[in-house]
Design a protein around this ligand. Structure first.
Ligand code: BGC
Length: 736
C-alpha cells in the first residue's frame, strides 16, 4: 500500500515529515551513517542484512580514506541495484541508499584538474563540461559526489592544491557556482544530475606549512573575506550538501564547531541541506583532544550540526546511548535525519532508486563529453614564455624531437583524484602531435635515458621537452617541502638547453613550480598542468597554432619556495612610507616569477579609454567599467580582460588589489572591441570588525591582462552601511 511519503505529488517537506514520523530511533540513526565499499565486498550477506535493517543511509564507493591516492574498486551498476533492491523492497520503510563517490573532475572522460580548469577563466565552459561528467557518473548509479573543493590555497606545497581553484576568492567563487550548476543541472532529480558537495568547510586549504591535515589559523576577517566567499557562492547556486573539514581552525576543529556549522552555515545562511563529515573527521575530535572519546566526539559533531558520519562508527555506536544519557536531544537527531531524507527526495531517489544497467554503455566518453574536455584542456594551458615567437611551430618541414619524462606519459595526466579514468583513454603529448601534424617528422626517445634524449635533441630542428610532476606527487597527503621539479629534471632541461636547439618546455603538474633551468634555457614555456584524457590533443593544437593559448594563472608562480605564502591580494605595508627602496628579502626579489592572472597568447592586446559609468555612485547602483580592447597582433587570439579594485581607506586594512570581474574575449587581428565589466553593489562589500559592510570613500579601478593591470580610474562611493544580502536577516553576529 502506498504511503504519503511515496506520493511524489506531495511537497518534499510533507513527505520528509511523514517518513520521519514512522521511523524508529535505530532507523533514524541508520540514516546518519555511511558505509564504505569494502564492507560489502568483504561480507556480502551481513552487509545485505544491515541494509535490510536500515543500518545505513548511504554507501560511499571508496575503500580507503584519501581514495584519490588508491583508486582500487570500480563501480558496478548491477551490484548497486542489488543492494538498493534490498533497501527498497526488504527494509521496513523502503528508504533507498544514497550512493556517493568522489567524482572530482571526471568519470571516464576526465577533465583537467580543477586548478587547471580555473586557469581557463571560463566558468561557463566548466559548467557545461561538468554536465557531461555528471551524466557519465549518474549512468553508473552514483547519486552524490564530493566536489567541488572550495578551499582557497596560498601555499602550493599543499598537495590538494590540484583540487582547488587557486588563491583568489572571487575567481574561486565563479568556479564554485559553475561546478555546482554543472553537477546538479536544472533539476537534481534529473537522472543525469548528481548532488554536489561543497568541501571542505572551512579553511582546510590554510594548513600550516602546506602540510596536509595540519592546524589552520585564520582570523575572522580573513575567514569571511577570503575563505567563506566560495562557499557562499555554492550556497547561492543551491548546493545540496557540504562536507566538514579535517582541520583544527584556531583551536576549534571544524567538524565539532557549532559556531561554524549550526551557526554560520545553517542558521545565518539558512542552509537546509545535508552536512557530511570528512572521512573519520568525527572520531578525529578525540585525537584533537577536544573530546574524551569517540562517544564525546559523536555528541560534539551532532551538536555542531554534522548530519552524516562518513564511514565512521561514532554515530552508529554512540548516538542511542548519548540520547539515553541525555547528552544529545532527539531534536538534533530529527533535524539531521530530515536533512538526509530531504536530499534523497530532492535527488528523486524514492521515485527512481535503480539505475539502468546498460545506460553507461551509451554515455561513457560520449563525443560531446570528450569535445568539451578537449576545449577545456586547451583553454586551461598557460603560455608563460615565448621568446622570438618560437611558438607556434611551423607545421611542415621540421624535425621535431618530443622527449622528456612526460612525452609518453598517460596516467599522470589524469591527476591524483581520478578514480575511474583509464590510462588507455589518454592521448599522450607524443601521440597528440603525431595526430595533429602527420607531415612533421617527429623524433622521440623513451623517457629514461637523458644521454639518449640529448642525442635526439641534437638531430632535431626544435625540441619539445615534456617535464613535470607525476600524479603521485600531488593530491591528498602528498605535500612537498620544496617547490621544485622532481629530481634530475633541472639537469635534463639544462643539458638539452645547452644543445642550442630551439627549446619548448611543456611543464605538467598539479601546482605552480618554478624552474630556473626553463627560465634560462627555454625559448617557450607552456604550463600544461594535468589536463585529463585529452591532454595530448590540447598540447599539440596549441604548439601547432591551431588555437592560441588562452589560459591565465589562477595562482601566483613564485620564484622560490621561500617566497611562500605569495599571492597578489596582499595588504599594504606601513613602513613603505619610510623605506621606498625596501626589499623584503636580502637574497631574493619579492616579485613573483609570473603574477596571478598572467598568460601569453600568440598575439598582443592593448587596453585604452577606460570609462567608469559613474564618478559618484549610489550604494545600490552597478558600476560599469568600459574600455577598448584591441588585438594588435597578426593572429586571432583570446584575451582574459581582468578588472581589479583597491579601497585606499577602509575600516581595516584591505588587499592592494582585488579581482572583481573578468571576461574572455576573442578578437581577430586588428580588431577593437568595447568591453564592459561590472562591479555590482554585492561586490563592493567586505567583512571588518565583526560586520559585513559597504565599501565607501574612493574606489580605485584597474583594468588589464593580469593583476598588475595598469589602466586606472577612480570613483567616489557613498558613506558605507552595514550590509545584508537580499533575503538575509543579518550576519548573526553572535555566531562570529
Ligand atoms: C577527503 C575527502 C574525500 C573523502 C572521501 C577524504 O580523505 O578529504 O575530500 O571526499 O576522503 O573519499
Amino acid at each position: 500500500m502506498s504511503t504519503p511519503y511515496q506520493d511524489a505529488t506531495l511537497p518534499i517537506e510533507e513527505r520528509v515529515q511523514d517518513l520521519l514520523s514512522r521511523m524508529t530511533l535505530a532507523e533514524k540513526i541508520g540514516q546518519l551513517c555511511q558505509t564504505p565499499m569494502l564492507e560489502f565486498e568483504a561480507n556480502r550477506e551481513a552487509y545485505l542484512e544491515g541494509v535490510r535493517q536500515g543500518r545505513w543511509g548511504s554507501r560511499i564507493l571508496a575503500d580507503t580514506a584519501w581514495a584519490g591516492n588508491a583508486p582500487g574498486l570500480t563501480v558496478d551498476p548491477s551490484t548497486l541495484n542489488e543492494i538498493q533492491r534490498v533497501a527498497v523492497e526488504e527494509s521496513r520503510l523502503g528508504i533507498p541508499l544514497i550512493v556517493a563517490r568522489d567524482v572530482i573532475y571526471g568519470q571516464q572522460t576526465v577533465l583537467p584538474i580543477p586548478l587547471a580548469q580555473a586557469a581557463s577563466w571560463n566558468p561557463q565552459l566548466v559548467q557545461e563540461a561538468y554536465r557531461g561528467i555528471a551524466r557519465e557518473a549518474a549512468s553508473l548509479g552514483i547519486h552524490w559526489t564530493f566536489a567541488p573543493m572550495l578551499d582557497i590555497v596560498r601555499d602550493p606545497r599543499w598537495g590538494r592544491v590540484i583540487e582547488s581553484s587557486g588563491e583568489d576568492p572571487y575567481l574561486s567563487s565563479q568556479f564554485a557556482r559553475a561546478v555546482v550548476n554543472g553537477f546538479q543541472g536544472e533539476s537534481l532529480s534529473d537522472a543525469e544530475s548528481l548532488l554536489a558537495c561543497a568541501k571542505h568547510f572551512v579553511g582546510y586549504g590554510a594548513a600550516e606549512g602546506g602540510r596536509d591535515y595540519d592546524t589552520t589559523e585564520i582570523t575572522d576577517n580573513t575567514l569571511h573575506n577570503v575563505y567563506l566567499p566560495p562557499f557562499k557562492a555554492a550556497l547561492e547556486a543551491g548546493v545540496g550538501s557540504l562536507m566538514s573539514g579535517f582541520n583544527d581552525l584556531g583551536g576549534e576543529p571544524v567538524s565539532g564547531s557549532r559556531r561554524l556549522i549550526r551557526g554560520w552555515l545553517k542558521e545565518s545562511q539558512g542552509f537546509d541541506g545535508l552536512v557530511v563529515s570528512d572521512w573519520g573527521s568525527i572520531s578525529d575530535l578525540a585525537y584533537f583532544g577536544v573530546s574524551r572519546d569517540a562517544a564525546g566526539a559523536a555528541a560534539m559533531a551532532l551538536k555542531a550540526g554534522v548530519d552524516m558520519a562518513m564511514t565512521n562508527e561514532a554515530y552508529e555506536d554512540h548516538l542511542a546511548n548519548l540520547l539515553d544519557a541525555g547528552d544529545i536531544d532527539i531534536e538534533a537527531i530529527n533535524d539531521s535525519v530530515c536533512r538526509v531524507l530531504r536530499a534523497k527526495f530532492r535527488v528523486g531517489l524514492f521515485e527512481s532508486p535503480y539505475v539502468d544497467e546498460q545506460r553507461h554503455l551509451d554515455v561513457m566518453r560520449r563525443e560531446d563529453h570528450v569535445a568539451m574536455a578537449q576545449h577545456l584542456a586547451e583553454q586551461s594551458m598557460v603560455l608563460l614564455k615565448n621568446r622570438q615567437q618560437t611558438l607556434p611551430l611551423v607545421r611542415t618541414g621540421l624535425k621535431v624531437a618530443v622527449i622528456g619524462p612526460h612525452a609518453h606519459s598517460k596516467r599522470q595526466h589524469l591527476g591524483s583524484w581520478c578514480l575511474d579514468g583509464k590510462a588507455e583513454d589518454v592521448t599522450s603529448i607524443y601521440e597528440g602531435l603525431i595526430a595533429a601534424a602527420p607531415e612533421l617528422e617527429i623524433l622521440t626517445e623513451p623517457a629514461d635515458f637523458s644521454d639518449d634524449m640529448v642525442e635526439c635533441a641534437r638531430r632535431a630542428d626544435v625540441v619539445i621537452l615534456c617535464v613535470g610532476e607525476s600524479h603521485r606527487r600531488t593530491g591528498e597527503a602528498r605535500n612537498i617541502a620544496e617547490l621544485a621539479l622532481p629530481a634530475g629534471q633541472e639537469q635534463l632541461i639544462t643539458a638539452i638547453g645547452k644543445t642550442g636547439k630551439p627549446l619548448v618546455v611543456v611543464q605538467c603538474g598539479g601546482r605552480p613550480i618554478p624552474s630556473p633551468a626553463a627560465e634560462q634555457y627555454a625559448d617557450a614555456l607552456l604550463f600544461a598542468w594535468q589536463a585529463g584524457t585529452e591532454t595530448g590533443h590540447a598540447v599539440a593544437r596549441i604548439l601547432l597554432g591551431y588555437v592560441s593559448p588562452s589560459g591565465r594563472l589562477p595562482i601566483t608562480m613564485p620564484r622560490t619556495t621561500g617566497q611562500v605564502p605569495i599571492y597578489y591580494g596582499r595588504k599594504p605595508i606601513g613602513k613603505m612610507r619610510d623605506f621606498q627602496d625596501y626589499q623584503p628579502y636580502k637574497d631574493e626579489s619579492a616579485e613573483p616569477l609570473y603574477p596571478f592572472g598572467f598568460g601569453l597568447t600568440y598575439s598582443q592586446f592593448s587596453y585604452k579609454n577606460l570609462h567608469l559609468s559613474h564618478q559618484q555612485l549610489d550604494s545600490s547602483e552597478n558600476l560599469s567599467v568600459t574600455f577598448e580592447l584591441t588585438n594588435e597582433g597578426a593572429v586571432t587570439a583570446t584575451e582574459v580582460a581582468q578588472c581589479y579594485v583597491r579601497l585606499p581607506v577602509a575600516e581595516t586594512t584591505r588587499p592592494t588589489r582585488e579581482l572583481k570581474d573578468f571576461a574572455r574575449i576573442t578578437l581577430k587581428p586588428g580588431e577593437t572591441r568595447t568591453i564592459t565589466l561590472q562591479i555590482s553593489p554585492e561586490k563592493r562589500t567586505y567583512f571588518a570588525l565583526g560586520k559585513q559592510q559597504d565599501f565607501d570613500g574612493q574606489l580605485e579601478v584597474f583594468v588589464g591582462g593580469d593583476c598588475n593591470a595598469k589602466l586606472q580610474g577612480l570613483c567616489e562611493l557613498p558613506p558605507g552601511r552595514e550590509w545584508h544580502a537580499p533575503g538575509q536577516t543579518g550576519c548573526a553576529d553572535h555566531w562570529l
